[in-house]
Design a protein around this ligand. Sequence first.
Ligand code: SME
Length: 153
Amino acid sequence: MTFEELKSGVEKIVNNHNVLELHDCLLQICKLLEANVPHYNWVGFYFKNGDKDELKLGPYVGQPTDHTIIPFGKGICGQVAVSNKNFVVPDVSAQNNYIACSITVKAEIVIPIFVNGENIGQIDIDSNTLDPFTEEDERFLEYVCSLVSKMLS
Ligand code: SME
């Protein structure tokens, strides 16, 4: 499936937010992405945990992870929580501030989600392929995050 087709798919899910719980919408987005992009092997959302400086795991698809809480600044996810910037990691073995969830993971991309200018969470994608992410992935995932943001605001 192309990113354009996937964008329409995500729009459909988001438009169902009136009948689906937020959790179910987010889970459906994870499922759609993981099932249709060969280099997306773990897809999940982390959100700021109340007023604490930590992230809490939300809906995801892929291997269960022990890292359901990630302090701000720790790992790729925790760094994005403070930098407010996309983080594309072509090779996780080259990162020293990285939290390993599975030995099969070779690369990761994290894109922040903003609501009213505030970084409230992120989409996190792991890949079992080395260096698979391009600017196309970034633009596509930024769009997904903007739709999620609308759902949250
Ligand atoms: N690798 C992430 C931790 C989350 S897992 O990928 C699900 C990190 O370094 O923040």
